[in-house]
Design a protein around this ligand. Structure first.
Ligand code: SF4
Length: 531
């Protein structure tokens, strides 16, 4: 087969297709979105497997689990915080087990390029007690995803592939292998997937008993490699994922190299770790994310008496992405010589709403209305509109996680804040805003929810939204919001005065009101016009 130049995310998707994928599901989130974009493109062309966006990560996981229970191979992908949303089915499906190969690809975002935290998904792997691959390059992203389906079927559990931003969003050559056939429908008759306590206790015991098998697969995996330099025992390096490449970049090919263990699988391959530790005096751990391996080593029998360095002792930073240069410092090497090749200084580009964005008009209206109240709070959500926190709008006061705005506004109202306002986008509302709105409707809480309907998931590149237009209005009414207090406005400069009046009326209403601000994202409108 011919080599292809692929994003890390695309290499994952191609690996899954060639492994005999039957279904792929996801919710958009940087840096994982390109996995599903690639799958959808190929599903449309090949018409052999199903690939689609889901309403949120939990639903995506459950759809993939349904495929797996049917004996077929499924992939679910998401960004790291998406796994918080999908944690319930993820952890419980480790107990029921998988039937057809079930692979969950999670892309972590160290440095928070486009996220609210740096959480490290390897802790979820440990928590759920499942298996994980961590690729260090694009070819491995392809190979490991492909193999993850086999390991999932062999061990009968979901298997994670952990990506990071730098790998997801860089391109490199990948040599694919021939496609395999899909599994045929194979129902797991007799398998106890019904987690009644009596079954759950039995299944959990089975999961615990499998742990030694997981460890064996990890110890024997061809993706881990140990190279011992018997001549110089002073330093041994343990490196995982993309951090392994950062170490390699600091050594010239063919020149002497310290002992190094590359870790690509979890649970940690203890046998290989102890072999390295027994042959060196000091161990440097280089890993992207939290000091997961380093902390595990501290608790491992056999590391005692050796010097262990890494993130915990300050040899590497605890926050942010690593880089070859940062790793170079930890290796006690001279900094690389900097070369200047002309002046490429660019004007600063602080994040901001696009010129003409509909959200800007909504925030102007909101700020105008709130001027006349002595105390108010605007609880926001995740989307382009979060940029309303910045000048010149300074319109929102909090943003925590997907769908949180409505619940927080309810809590704020119950604490005595008036006006208590929630601002949420259409897609985020479908993702996890419906249930808190139901809560607020049941108690008719004195608060106002502004839903920004721009007909797309704008922030991640314009994926489809499942709560827009008339359908969105029916959902709002359906959860019990009084029809009289569901108001639709069009956020345009010419409607400013009218929109101020409507918003003020609803804020002054003593109960729950919802304002739906409907105007298409201008980037999407332009895309449509161009095509
Ligand atoms: S992409 Fe669309 S929604 Fe996002 S800031 Fe630009 S115009 Fe506004």
């Amino acid at each position: 087969m011919k080599q292809e130049v692929l994003l890390g995310d695309e290499a994952v998707a191609l690996g899954a297709i060639h492994a005999g994928l039957s279904g792929g599901y996801s919710y958009p989130g940087t840096p994982a979105s390109e996995i599903m974009e690639f799958l959808i493109k190929h599903a449309e062309r090949r018409k052999k497997f199903k690939a689609s966006w889901s309403v949120n990560e939990k639903v995506a996981y459950e759809e993939a689990l349904g495929i797996s229970y049917s004996g077929k191979r499924a992939l679910v992908s998401m960004k790291h915080v998406g796994l918080n949303v999908a944690a319930d089915p993820f952890i419980n499906s480790a107990i029921t087990g998988a039937n057809g190969g079930l692979v969950v690809v999670v892309a972590d975002d160290p440095s928070m390029h486009s996220s609210q935290n740096e959480q490290d998904s390897r802790y979820y792997v440990q928590f759920a007690q499942v298996f994980c691959f961590e690729p260090s390059n694009h070819q491995e992203a392809y190979n490991m995803t492909r193999e993850a389906f086999d390991v999932s079927e062999k061990l009968g559990i979901p298997v994670m592939v952990r990506m990071v931003t730098r790998l997801s969003h860089s391109r490199s050559r990948v040599l694919p292998r021939p496609s395999r056939k899909q599994n045929s429908l194979r129902l797991g008759v007799g398998k106890d997937w019904t987690l009644l306590p009596v079954n759950a206790r039995r299944r959990f015991k089975i999961l615990l008993e499998k742990q030694s098998e997981l460890l064996k697969v990890s110890n024997e995996s061809r993706f881990n490699s140990l190279r011992l330099d018997k001549g110089d025992p002073s330093l041994g390096i343990i490196a995982s994922g993309i951090a392994y490449n950062y170490v390699l970049e600091n050594y010239e090919k063919g020149k002497s190299f310290p002992s190094i263990l590359k870790i690509s699988t979890y649970p940690l391959p203890e046998g290989l770790i102890l072999e390295l530790v027994n042959n060196v005096e000091t161990v440097l751990v280089v890993e992207e994310g939290y000091p997961f391996i380093e902390k595990s080593l501290k608790g491992m029998c056999g590391i005692r008496g050796k010097s262990l360095i890494g993130k915990l002792g300050g040899h590497l930073p605890l926050t942010g992405e690593l880089s070859p240069e940062i790793v170079r410092q930890a290796l006690n090497m001279k900094p690389t010589e900097k070369r200047t090749i002309g002046d490429f200084s660019l004007p600063p580009r602080p994040p901001q709403l696009c010129a003409g964005c509909p959200h800007a008009d909504t925030y102007k209206v909101l700020n105008k209305v709130l001027e006349s109240y002595s105390q108010s709070n605007v609880f926001s959500d995740i989307g382009c509109y979060t940029l309303g926190a910045l000048p010149p709008y300074n319109a929102i006061h909090s943003c925590v996680c997907m769908g949180a705005s409505i619940g927080m506004a309810k809590g704020g109202s119950e604490a005595g804040i008036h006006p208590s306002v929630a601002v949420i986008g259409d897609s985020t509302f479908a993702h996890s805003g419906l249930t808190p709105l139901l809560d607020a409707a049941v108690s008719n809480t004195n608060m106002t929810v502004i839903i920004l309907d721009n007909s797309t998931v704008a922030m991640t590149g314009g994926q489809p939204t499942y709560a827009s237009g008339d359908g969105l209005l029916r959902m709002i009414e359906g959860v019990g919001v009084d029809r009289e207090h569901i108001r639709v406005v069009e956020p345009l400069p010419k409607n400013f005065e009218n929109n101020v009046r409507i918003l003020k009326e609803e804020i002054d209403y003593q109960g729950l009101s919802v304002i739906v601000a409907v105007r298409e994202c201008i980037q999407e409108a332009r895309k449509k016009k161009r095509s």
